[in-house]
Design a protein around this ligand. Sequence first.
Ligand SMILES: Cc1ncc(COP(=O)(O)O)c(C=O)c1O
Length: 446
Amino acid sequence: MPSEMLASSLDLTAIRAQFPSLSQTVNGHPAAFFDGPGGTQVPQRVIDAISAYLANNNANTGGAYATSRRTDTMIAEARAAMADFLHCGADEVIFGPNMTSLTFAISCAIGRELKPGDEILVTRLDHDANVSPWLAMAEDCGVTVRWAEIHDEDCTLDMADLVSKINVNTKLVAVGYASNAVGTINPVKQIVQLAHKVGALAYIDAVHYGPHGLIDVAALDCDFLACSTYKFFGPHMGVLYGKREHLRRFRPYKVRPNTNAIPNCWEWGTLNHECIAGITACVEYIADNGRHTASRSSKMRVPHPSRLSKGGNDAAGASGLSERRAAIEAAYASIHEHESALLEKMMAGLKEIPGLRIYGITDPARFHERCTTFAVRIEGHTPLELATQLGDRGFFTWDGNYYALNLTEHLDVERSGGFLRIGLVHYNTADEVDRLLAALREIVAS
Ligand SMILES: Cc1ncc(COP(=O)(O)O)c(C=O)c1O
């Protein structure tokens, strides 16, 4: 095994072998996937679960026959898996086509209760999926929108500004857990507390954080949290956590024949069942990483048996951790360890490239405030030129605004092509980082 693969308790060789797409080549170069923020690759078990569902269980829900009953069971299992992933009750898990659709849906329901004079707070750092739904709702309801600004020099939220814009009229604070453009991790727990102090709801966009850090809605005490399974090694689906009391109290836009019971009353039409089958497989993939690293490394934190519960879908905290939740926690500890090493290596290398500017936190002492997503620009090259040249060499990066439109406009890079985004997840290797840095140096030198 190459020595660089031994840097953390993750067994990268075994992990990468599970992802068929990672062995592709482009123009004779091995493909290196630095496009995780746009969507991650999936392990074979997710592909198998999707095709097995279509082969054996394909049906609509609620029918009095075998494949329909198996579909109902499969969806219940996926809800339990996501409940473990998020640390909530299974009845607090809502499935939908993607985070954007779910956020528009919930914004309509919340808007039903707001009136002129009420205020909502959004941030300059967020992906537009956690901005535009709230702007549309505010326009329809005559609600005032406040914007939390950022510190331009490191692309972090200006917390003093945010605090000054929360007041007794604030009804909702919408904030991202991590920036999909510059990688900043926001102090969401603190923001939830600030919102709750004035009786406002806290809506967290955890889409970008999902592949990098453990999500714990019970610990955050947030009211809603949205994520997308295709960003953490699963199929193209969105998932929304809503606190049970809110899911019961707010009134969803829904068709009459659909149930009034949560969580199904929040789900629109027939869902993508084959992808839901893939969700359980993706959560199990993450949990298995935790199980393997826990057995490989004495450094891993293995929960005390007293913290373990039998079921996977209890209300959060009701009876401790399920075995799967504990494994997910262990997985994220090792993912963090591996990604931290990649972060240091990539940052050190980027800093040495002439004419390259990094947007976001660059100080190693503050790396705990960011994840492995890098937004850069290089003098004399547009982000599209860089992404194209890298793409031809097998490096998959992204260019543009990636829908973090307020940020690229605010930093005045929108008109000149946005940023080049290099996004790493746990299946990336130190060797890939070295090769990408060498390619960038070569492009700059030429
Ligand atoms: C931070 C963030 N929020 C929201 C979204 C939108 O997610 P979806 O494609 O599931 O609607 C994305 C997608 O890139 C994202 O990165």
